[in-house]
Design a protein around this ligand. Structure first.
Ligand code: FES
Length: 574
């Protein structure tokens, strides 16, 4: 166990049976890097270095580390950077979600194992920020979050473009034959014009905003572009603040309270954020024994207007959001819905931070409360015999006429089956049908990939069909758009009702009434259940795959490992 009364280099000594020798040896080794005794007596601020040649979303991390180190030294601390796993969406096989818990374990254990009085977490790409918050919650060492920041938006001809909503839009046009091979290759060089995370309201931007609202990031930090000078000043300020956090002993459990999680979930709604935000924050809260109540979340959606006009639901990009004043403009508009007494990492309450924000100026990215994009409900929780433990539907990303729809199921057994058949000219499918993708959840895929964005079958896309009802136990990228029921829970691979659907069954989706029903009688479903066989087994597995398959939880529990959450829950989000 760590002796929490010790600080700096005296913290968490390696066991040699003689603590004075352990400290002597530690100092002897680290002096090889040129440190003086005076430097080694300072409070130590760890900096999580998530730079990786495989992670362009974190391409500016070395510069951020320089700025954080400057801030730490200006405040009399000793900065020490250390590496952890870094995850990029396009470089994580089979999916980054499968590896999120591994990154969380790595980060938690490295924070515990190495001497540091506070830690600065540098995240950015989708899974990195939740992994770091999960780690910080469990390690409970004073921690402050810094993100790499959004990439700039680009242009293709006269059109503004940005990863990754426009990646999907252009790819859809390419599939429909409207964009040829030469143009799609040209576009691939325009979609990500700088380092930084995706510049739309995808999962990375959503998590950055939710983290700021949670209170774990200094104000304004979610939206500053990755390549802006201001991003470095923000990082320097975080370094300075980390030294104070160490002195104050301001641990994450004092910031991440049930009320603070409620604030972050409100913001998820108000920004029209990614559905992944709910899964990730459920996992972070679970580390502190806090239950995220899905029904309370749905009620919150009723009351909370969508105010931010960003792609994929709207028109603008994260650099526009930052120029419009960023998240504090949103928080000011809905402050009557926020828990303003929550303490933030700055040492001030959320209410004080909102008051201290600059006066608003004319802009058209964050709508006023009186003129929202949607009066309520970015994200809805559905229940019914097809989803006894809930499913998610992002209304703001779906065509309104499909919010209430009954149709014939067309079932795909797996991601592979979907890939093999979706574009077949003889696929028996019509625009009114409901596409079902199953065995793509936490266990089935494994890792609950972002495969829920089921493409429109080519033959329908060529007829001009832009949206149709789709359902899955997978997740969907926050940058995607469509009438898609996601996170159906329990998933098919563990015998959830989704496993029993057959092509030809009728399914009723009723978003206003929060219902998702398979219109097949119970006796028939029982017959199907009697002959159902689990599609995956953990036989012959080893290593992390085995650990994951044996311990990962369902979507409504945040897909964390059962042994990493703090059970039983002692509190619930209001
Ligand atoms: Fe990293 Fe989109 S791929 S944020």
């Amino acid at each position: 166990m760590t002796d929490d009364t010790k600080t700096g280099m005296r913290k968490g000594l390696t066991s040699y049976g003689d603590s004075n020798f352990s400290l002597f040896l530690r100092k002897a080794f680290i002096k090889a890097m040129g440190y003086s005794d005076e430097a080694l007596d300072l409070p130590v601020i760890g900096i999580v270095n998530t730079y990786s040649g495989y992670n362009p979303c974190h391409g500016n991390v070395p510069e951020l580390i320089d700025a954080i180190e400057r801030g730490v030294m200006l405040s009399g601390g000793l900065p020490v950077q250390f590496p952890t796993i870094s995850l990029h969406e396009s470089f994580s096989h089979p999916t980054s979600m499968y590896l999120r818990n591994l990154m969380a374990m790595d980060t938690e254990e490295m924070i515990r194992a190495q001497p540091m009085d506070a830690v600065v977490l540098i995240g950015g790409c989708d899974k990195t920020v939740p992994a770091q918050l999960m780690a910080a919650a469990s390690a409970n060492v004073p921690a402050i979050s810094v993100v790499s920041g959004p990439m700039l938006s680009g242009t293709h001809g006269a059109e503004r473009v940005g990863a990754c909503t426009d990646c999907r839009r252009y790819w859809g046009m390419h599939r429909a034959g409207d964009v040829d091979e030469a143009e799609i290759n040209q576009i691939s060089g325009k979609l990500a014009p700088s380092v930084g995370f995706c510049g739309v309201m995808g999962t990375a931007s959503t998590m950055a905003c939710m983290t700021e609202a949670l209170g774990m990031m200094l104000p304004g930090g979610a939206s500053i572009p990755a390549v802006a000078a201001e991003r470095k000043r923000h990082a320097e300020a975080a370094g300075r603040r980390a030294v104070q956090l160490a002195a104050e002993g301001l641990t994450p459990d004092k910031i991440m309270t049930p009320e603070a999680f409620a604030n972050s979930l409100r913001i998820l709604m108000a920004i029209g954020g990614s559905t992944n935000g709910i899964v990730h924050m459920t996992a972070v809260a679970g580390r502190l024994g806090i239950d995220v109540d899905l029904d309370a979340f749905d009620r919150m959606g009723h009351e909370t207007p969508v105010l931010v006009d960003l792609k994929p639901s709207g028109m603008n990009y994260m650099d526009d959001f930052d120029k419009a004043g960023g998240l504090r403009v949103v928080m000011r508009e809905i402050k009557h819905l926020l828990n303003l007494d929550c303490l933030t990492i700055s040492g001030k309450t959320l209410g004080e931070e909102i008051e201290a924000a600059p006066e608003p100026w004319p802009q058209n990215v964050v709508r006023p409360l009186a003129d929202p994009i949607n009066a309520s409900g970015g994200i809805t929780v559905l229940r019914g015999n097809l989803a006894p433990r809930g499913a998610i539907f992002k209304q703001s990303a779906a065509a309104a006429h499909l919010h209430t729809h009954t149709g014939r199921a067309v079932v795909f057994e797996s991601i592979e089956d979907l890939t093999n058949r979706i574009d077949l000219p003889d696929l028996d499918v019509a625009a009114e049908d409901i596409l079902i993708l199953r065995n793509a959840g936490p266990i089935g895929a494994p890792g609950m990939p972002e495969a829920g964005y089921i493409p429109i079958p080519r033959k329908l896309a060529e007829q001009g069909v832009k949206d149709m009802v789709r359902m899955s136990d997978a997740r969907m990228s926050g940058t995607a758009f469509g009438s898609i029921v996601l996170h159906i829970c329990p998933e098919a691979a563990v015998g959830g009702p989704l496993a029993l659907v057959q092509t030809g069954d009728r399914i009723s989706l009723d978003v206003p009434n929060r219902s998702l029903e398979l219109l097949v009688d119970d006796a028939e479903l029982e017959k199907r259940r009697a002959v159902w066989k689990a599609p995956v087994s953990d036989e012959g597995l080893r290593g992390y795959r085995k650990l994951f398959m044996e311990h990962v939880q369902q979507a409504d529990e945040g897909c964390d490992m059962d042994f990493l959450t703090s059970r039983p829950f002692t509190a619930s989000t209001p």
